[in-house]
Design a protein around this ligand. Sequence first.
Ligand code: GLN
Length: 195
Amino acid sequence: MPTIGVLALQGDVREHVAMLEAAGAGATPVRRPAELEAVDGLVIPGGESTTMWKLAEIFEMLEPLRLRIKDGLPVYGSCAGMIMLADRIEDGVDGQQTIGGLDMVVRRNAFGRQVDSFEADLTFDGGPVHAVFIRAPWVESVGPEVEVLATAPPGDRIVAVRQGPLLATSFHPELTGDTRVHRYFVNMVNTVRDH
Ligand code: GLN
């Protein structure tokens, strides 16, 4: 059974721990570089990306996170976590940094201008998923290596992507009780572990 960390600087950590356990993985909060070293995969939860970035700097986690991603660690970012995985962001605060790794441009609070929060039934990896969006970002554009896994109204916005061992969704599957996205990620982690 893989052990998957949940980055526990800020955000809805407990919900992800419960979903990872329901999806057949061991789950543990990660706050320090030594804890990051010990996991087979990592979830970056939803929350607030500017706060998460500042806390990652204070806890001296930004560089360790970048290094482990460069080494091929499987990482799943949801909402603010998606922003943290983006190589480039739009509508960030001044100087806002991300961890990066996923070759995409993500627009913060993109749906927020039209509607703060909403729910939608989407297709993810060939199956239905009920998606909860909360001041969610969308993916503005992706590089050639990035696979689009789901889109949402209005206008078929890109809301789930994958590039190798990195997965990101604009929405919060941890709030629905539907383990499809977490099971997909646990499979990704198992595949990397078995090689
Ligand atoms: N709007 C938040 C941000 O910019 C993300 C919201 C969320 O994670 N639910 O970080």
